[in-house]
Design a protein around this ligand. Structure first.
Ligand code: NAD
Length: 491
């Protein structure tokens, strides 16, 4: 076994071989300085394996590989060739779905069932963008003496920096459109979840992508991510993560080569329940909205506003539903909630819970760790939370929800807008006029009506306000990975 491949034993005693090197030019290699870091299983707090850590020099090498591949091969590839490769990758991911899902659950702590859904959703993204490869066209403009046309050209080398909450899916959201448009990519996974990105890298090689088209690096924000953000030979950077890091990346772009930047950042999404809503449905979706993926979703419905007249009834039902959550090993089929991703995230979420208690919110249920081993946190409900409280303002990114009441539509819209974020929102009502009115009013990139957390590969996703810049998914993402050239011809 080379140092860049690990054999990992799963809870069912099956083993998986998986790469642990940096993926540059279709090879798994050590970092130039030989540095490695540990990746931890959040369920057991034990080391899964070590992976190579990319230094600034490794970033340079990956960018050089991507640049060469772009100029010598990929920019001249046909849409049909790219389509075939993306479909081949999808086929291989389908073949290895169980292994990919198992690695994701080991590294991240999400349930095996949810990981399988993530693999399927990622495959859908690659297939969706495979369909776009040969359909990215410009327009023609004619006048008597002049003919002009536009070309939607790839940008060149694109960087992608992804977080730990949906490693496979975020990789797909970035690679799918970037490759379909004819760009080459250097992607950095999160230091907390490096394994599945590398497993997909092996499949990218097996699918037959030319060397250098996709390069996958493991590493920390600094130096690896920062070196990418400041790199002068990267034409575009797509980032998903915290608003603080998003601002850093925007600054790095402006201080280097003004690379194009798209940002998918944090949220504090309001979930608004009117008295006329189907309460059973509202409870079901509100529950899913905050507790799915242990609250580690950028669009988590972490602020619930309930109309006064049904507040007590909603709280009773919501509490009852929350008490049913099965916490445990992500590989148990009846587990709904595994551990949060890391010790750092565990401490951060527990810190917010303490702050909520100190600031005077009522901790109705939870508020504590679960068990003694693993980063498990009990699902936590805070009620009677005031707008100015920290837990109503800041993104917690864990299984913690803040609930408060409202009396009028005007009041709840005002409250919904009282954060710096604008990623998503939801409204529950049977009144279609009210649903329209409030959907139009809310300053957020997504509004769900009578449901939560639904995504389509063909619908855009992105944030208003400090939740981001640009859009991912659907046709909208193609705009973010191409530049338009106008050619004018004198006739
Ligand atoms: P983070 O911003 O610290 O990290 C995200 C990614 O950015 C990681 O790959 C990290 O290594 C990298 N990074 C960190 N510092 C960097 C730097 N200076 N330059 C370049 N890259 C850098 O976020 P996190 O701690 O991984 O995730 C937690 C937070 O991210 C959450 O609280 C949430 O706000 C946000 N988040 C948002 C989304 C979204 O889709 N909007 C998704 C996941 C996480």
């Amino acid at each position: 076994m080379s140092s860049n491949e690990a054999t990992i034993t799963l809870p069912n005693n099956k083993t998986i071989k998986t790469p642990t090197g940096l993926f540059i030019n279709n090879e798994f290699v050590d970092s130039v300085d030989g540095k490695r870091f540990e990746t931890i299983n959040p369920t057991t707090e034990k080391i899964i394996t070590t992976v190579a850590e990319a230094s600034e020099k490794d970033v340079d090498m990956a960018v050089d590989a991507a640049d060469k591949a772009f100029n010598e091969v990929w920019r001249n590839s046909t849409g049909a060739q790219r389509c075939k490769l993306l479909n081949k990758l999808s086929d291989l991911m389908e073949r290895d779905l169980d292994e990919l899902a198992a690695l994701e659950s080991l590294d991240n702590g999400k349930t095996y069932k949810d990981s399988k859904d993530d693999v399927s959703d990622s495959i859908e993204v690659y297939r969706y963008y495979s369909g776009w490869c040969d359909k990215i066209h410009g327009k023609t403009f004619e006048s008597q003496k002049k003919f002009s046309y536009t070309r939607h050209e790839p940008i060149g080398v694109c960087a992608a920096i992804i977080p730990w909450n949906f490693p496979l899916l975020m990789q797909a959201w970035k690679l799918g459109p970037a490759l379909a448009c004819g760009n080459t990519v250097v992607l950095k996974s999160s230091e907390y979840t490096p394994l599945t990105a590398l497993k997909v890298a092996a499949l990218i090689k097996e699918a037959g992508f030319p060397k250098g088209v996709v390069n996958i690096l493991s590493g920390y924000g600094k130096p690896t991510g920062s070196a990418m953000a400041y790199h002068n030979n990267i034409g575009k950077i797509a980032f998903t993560g915290s608003t603080a890091t998003g601002k850093y990346i925007l600054k790095a772009s402006s201080e280097s080569n003004l690379k194009k930047v798209t940002l998918e950042l944090g949220g504090k999404s309001p979930n608004i329940i009117f008295a006329d809503a189907d309460l059973e449905e509202a409870v079901k979706w509100a529950h899913e909205g905050i507790f799915y993926n242990h609250g580690q979703c950028c669009c988590a419905g972490s602020r619930i506003y309930v109309e006064n007249s049904v507040y007590d009834k909603f709280i009773d039902k919501f509490k009852e539903q929350t008490e049913k959550i099965k916490i445990g090993d992500p590989f148990n089929s009846d587990t709904y909630q595994g551990p949060v991703v890391s010790k750092a995230q565990f401490d951060r979420v527990m810190g917010y819970i303490e702050t909520g208690k100190k600031e005077g919110a009522t901790c109705l249920i939870g508020g504590d760790r679960h068990g003694t081993e693993g980063y498990f946190i009990k699902p936590t409900i805070f009620t009677d939370v005031k707008e100015e409280m920290t837990i109503m303002q800041e993104e917690i990114f864990g299984p913690v929800v803040a609930i408060s009441k409202f009396n009028t539509i005007e009041e709840v819209i005002e409250k919904a807008h009282m954060t710096t974020f604008g990623l998503a929102a939801a409204v529950f009502t049977k009144d279609i006029s009210r649903a329209f009115k409030i959907s139009n009013e809310l300053k957020s990139g997504t509004v769900w009506v009578n449901l939560y957390n639904t995504f389509n590969t063909y619908s855009p996703f992105g944030g208003y306000k400090q939740s981001g810049i640009g859009r991912e998914l659907g046709k909208y993402a193609l705009k973010e990975y191409t530049q338009v050239k106008n050619v004018q011809i004198n006739l």
